[in-house]
Design a protein around this ligand. Structure first.
Ligand code: TYM
Length: 419
């Protein structure tokens, strides 16, 4: 691995050389031939692929072969709920929504609250479950189809996932886990198992369908190490290897590093007060010249400018307008202040709409979340199981004694209590 940067599922630092990373990780670039094929099948190439924001893949041609032969695929992606969602997280999810709409594909969305509980100092179980609920609102707010989307917390869906995770875990040695993730003697033992929990949803559609189902995993490239392991064990378990499509990282407002929760001032959260987000954008790094005169004479450097990156990744869909902005900047025809102001206004508009959708999402949570208890509930709904109701009612009450836990299952719990 190049020493100037580091990319692991838990740590991304430095200026990432994405071409080098493709070699290091052994993935494939999304080249023009693949883009042409994509266009032939779907009718167009989405902005994120045109701009090489989604730049790398594993077995995408294989997946499209199967699709063209009439075998539909399932989408699988996720979130480690350790805090509020930032704009970087939305990037693969917005693309996943596009994939769901384009290919009419079901989505399995995993919340690895177990991983975050284990990995993050100071994050308790209640916090992790609370962020599962909070982050779920962001996923729903993006407009996924409730009939085709299931969101689940590892902690709450472990009974379903555990059997598959065990099959994975049995086939992964500690030495592989150490080599892939850099674990050492100070790593807590829970973390060693975590990759098998993240593998499980890639096989769940096949387990449920009792036949092999192709799966596509949209993600930023930092998650790829998990799925190298998943793909290694897949044939040993008799399943297809999941395909993957990888994006680059939306940088933080300070410049080169990825937007990261560990630097709150350089990240825009979906829960930020729009006024606060506006301020953050106005203090972003642009790499502009020291004076207006110099800027006019020498122009700016969009390549290092965080503000330009935000237009590029999310806030300027029109590629012609984007390139006009770039040219104006390099020719010194637009000043950084103006560029920032426009971006800040766009971000504010986006946040206002997203936050409105988040509010509405609160009434839709039950249409998306599945858990072992919801499966149990479906069973209990049958009249012959009525005797079991009071027993489980009690257990559920105790289990969901936290506000967040109640929120997750509030609809189902209430219905049960009414029985
Ligand atoms: P997490 O919570 O770190 O990140 C959620 C998703 O967002 C991507 N991501 C970013 N994408 C673009 N720019 C950024 N600055 C940025 N930061 C994060 C991540 O790659 C991820 O796709 N363990 C996982 C959760 C998970 C998952 C999965 C992710 C479970 N199953 C399947 C992808 C696919 C995690 O902690 O992600």
């Amino acid at each position: 691995m190049n020493e100037e940067y580091k990319v692991t599922p838990w740590d991304v630092t430095g200026k990432v050389d994405y071409n080098k990373l493709i070699q290091d990780f052994g993935t494939e670039p999304i080249d023009d031939k693949l883009l042409e094929r994509w266009k032939r099948i779907t009718g167009s190439i989405p902005m994120a692929m045109q701009r090489k924001i989604f730049f790398s893949h594993r077995d995408l041609n294989w997946l499209l072969d199967r699709y063209e032969q009439g075998e539909k695929f399932v989408l699988y992606t996720g979130r480690g709920p350790s805090g509020h969602t930032h704009l970087g997280h939305l990037l693969p999810w917005i693309f996943t929504k596009y994939l769901q709409d384009t290919f009419d594909a079901p989505l399995y969305f995993q919340m690895t609250d177990d991983e975050k509980f284990l990995n993050k100092d100071g994050l308790g179980m209640k916090d992790a479950l609370g962020f599962t609920y909070d982050n779920t609102l962001d996923v729903i707010a993006l407009g996924f189809d409730p009939k085709k989307t299931r969101i689940f917390s590892d902690v709450e869906y472990s009974k379903t996932l555990y059997r598959i995770s065990l099959e994975v875990a049995k086939r992964v040695t500690f030495s592989t886990a150490k080599a892939v993730f850099g674990f050492d003697n100070s790593t807590n033992i829970g973390m060693i198992f975590i990759t098998s929990m993240q593998s499980a949803p890639a096989f769940l559609p096949s387990v449920e369908a009792r036949k092999n189902v192709p799966v596509l995993i949209p993600q930023a490239i930092d998650q790829d190490p998990h799925f190298r392991i998943t793909r290694d064990v897949a044939p040993k378990m008799g399943y297809y290897k999941p395909a993957a499509i990888h994006c680059t990282f939306l940088p933080g407002l300070a410049g080169s590093d990825k937007m990261s929760a560990s630097k709150p001032e350089s990240a825009v959260y979906t829960t930020d007060d729009p006024k606060v987000a506006h301020k953050k954008i106005l203090s972003a790094f642009t790499g502009g010249r020291v004076s207006v005169e110099e800027q006019k004479k020498m122009g700016g450097v969009p390549g290092v400018c965080a503000v330009f990156q935000y237009y590029y990744y999310l806030f300027e869909e029109d590629s012609q307008k984007l390139s006009q902005r770039e040219q104006k900047c390099t020719r010194g025809e637009i000043m950084c202040g103006e560029c920032k102001q426009e971006l800040a206004d766009r971000v504010v508009r986006f946040l206002e709409k997203h936050q409105e959708n988040r509010e509405k999402a609160k009434d839709k949570v039950q249409d998306f979340i599945v858990s072992d208890y919801s499966a149990l509930y479906d069973r209990l709904k049958k009249p012959q199981d009525k005797k079991e109701v009071s027993k489980y009612k009690k257990a559920m009450k105790e289990y969901y004694s936290t506000k967040e836990g109640e929120n997750i299952l509030i609809g189902k719990t209430k219905e049960l209590e009414d029985k």
